[in-house]
Design a protein around this ligand. Structure first.
Ligand code: FAD
Length: 239
């Protein structure tokens, strides 16, 4: 493996929801990125730290924010998952590459942007929303559909509710696929809400992030059923 472009310091690593960690890293001098991009970390094997392999993670902070924010959902026995849960701590040094990816956007005045994220797939969507709403102050209409299994799997809801309170052009729609009986909000898969949200398919752009299966189903719905132009449907699959 070639040497990493940057070495960054871990400022925070905390459990945010079951099996989901929130990680804050220092932003290195000279590092620039666009909302929606990801980086590759050099991830050591827990039992042999000299053995490094890359893993991709979306940057959840907006470029205008001070630090770099990430969320990592653990996969049982996974290399990065063990590293995050067992090793990575405040003060750890992490090797990181430059920003990559085309899951980016330039908000058009008067447009409608629908963001759909499942689990940790909400990460790059947070970056877009904070950048567009708090820093570029777009007047485009924006909706976030955040899908998880149960109430305890939700995170950053205070931040998204606060964005919705501050910006009348933004609406937040948390939805649970396996809620308990006391949940009174939206239920079901993220796709279920889209026909109600997308009133003008030709003028709507959708940004999907999460499992490849969710992406495939939602793209099919948007293009074949809702008749959205293919060019308006963007996806980032977490493989
Ligand atoms: C562009 C992009 C952005 C991403 N952003 C994020 C993000 O922001 N947050 C996030 O949580 N994820 C993100 N991902 C997913 C992330 O890159 C990792 O795939 C994920 O974190 C799992 O990595 P891991 O090293 O823990 O697991 P891996 O070591 O890659 O293993 C994955 C699973 O396969 C199993 N496995 C591995 N090897 C074998 C084997 N030989 N036989 C059987 N089973 C095996 C493991 O036990 C584990 O359950 C992103 C992916 C992409 C492509």
């Amino acid at each position: 493996m070639s040497p990493p472009a940057y070495f960054v310091t871990c400022k925070k690593n905390v459990l945010l929801a079951p099996d989901v960690y929130e990680i804050v890293l220092t932003k290195p001098e000279g590092f620039s990125y666009k909302a929606g991009q990801f980086v590759l970390f050099d991830v050591p094997l827990v039992d042999n730290p000299a053995d490094l392999q890359p893993r991709a993670y979306s940057i959840a902070s907006a470029p205008e924010e001070k630090d770099l924010l990430f969320v990592i959902k653990l996969k049982p026995g996974g290399r990065a998952s063990r590293w995050v849960a067992e090793v990575l701590a405040e003060g750890s040094i992490v090797g990181m590459g430059r920003a990559l990816g085309l899951f980016t956007l330039t908000p058009e005045s008067g447009g409608h942007y629908v963001f759909v994220g499942t689990g940790s797939g909400v990460a790059p969507l947070r970056s877009h929303l904070v950048s567009c709403l708090d820093h570029r102050t777009t007047d485009a209409r924006m909706d976030l559909v955040f899908g998880v299994r149960n109430r305890e799997d939700l995170f950053w809801t205070d931040q998204f509710n606060e964005l919705a309170r501050k910006h009348s052009n933004f609406r937040f729609h948390p939805t649970l696929s396996a809620p308990r009986s006391d949940w009174t909000g939206l239920k079901g898969r993220v796709q279920a809400i889209l026909p109600d949200l997308i009133k003008d398919p030709a003028q709507t752009k959708i940004f999907l992030c999460g499992s490849p299966a969710m992406l495939a189903d939602t793209k099919k719905l948007c293009i074949e059923t809702l008749q959205m132009p293919k060019a308006n449907v963007h996806g980032e699959g977490y493989i």
